[in-house]
Design a protein around this ligand. Sequence first.
Ligand code: MN
Length: 268
Amino acid sequence: MPVMADAAGSTSFLAVSALSHEGLLRDHNEDSLVVGAWTVCASVTVTPQTLLFPLVSPVVVAVADGLGGHPAGEHASSLVALQLARVGPELSDEAGVRAALSACNETVYREAAADPSRTMMGTTVAGVCVTADSVLVFNVGDSRVYGTGPGGLRLVSVDDSPPLAPGETHTVTVTQTLGGHPARTEVHPHVRTLPLGPESRFLVCSDGLSDVVPDAEIAAILLDHFGGKAVFQLWRAAIDRGGPDNITVALVEIGGETETAGSAEPGT
Ligand SMILES: [Mn+2]
């Protein structure tokens, strides 16, 4: 699969397929999503959407999951999605991503302080910033980024969760969030840089997918499907398990590979 500009200097493309859905048990969606300049703020896409980006400036793809049990989670996640959409094209290195996430944290606290009904609102965030030669992976909280490549599926974000008790597969507790405390609290985002090559696809998701669908099943779906079809099948796997939480999924495919590119070639 083409990954970078070829010898003739043609432009690489990034295809991002995404959806956000309230699930089956929650009456509204507190997840938000950003794909480049496109945001879905605590609303529902109904079907997967696919956007194509020439890799000429950094593209940010991220999911924010408003904190349950706190007020205004949907507002916190929306603020973060909108802010990342605005600054995304300027994010070219780890320091820039850390600064952007700290600024998002400040925004959530500032907006919480301005309205008593939003006290302690907070959100997770996880995503990638794809530049011309690398992928910056970032997160705060337990939303996730997976990479897929020749070695299969692997978690490349770092959950801010307490250690699991024996027998537990997931926990609802998060140890770090943007906002979420009574007083302004600094964040220490997880940020790493990966080369574009080995992990050719990245999955960004909220825990409405990863808490209920085992990694092995996510891996199997990503082997069989690409683009919007893969995103739909991931969503359906979470719904088949009861859809207990909001489900937001974004699949980043470098090289512009889409569902049709994964189908059989004539004569094969
Ligand atoms: Mn969630």
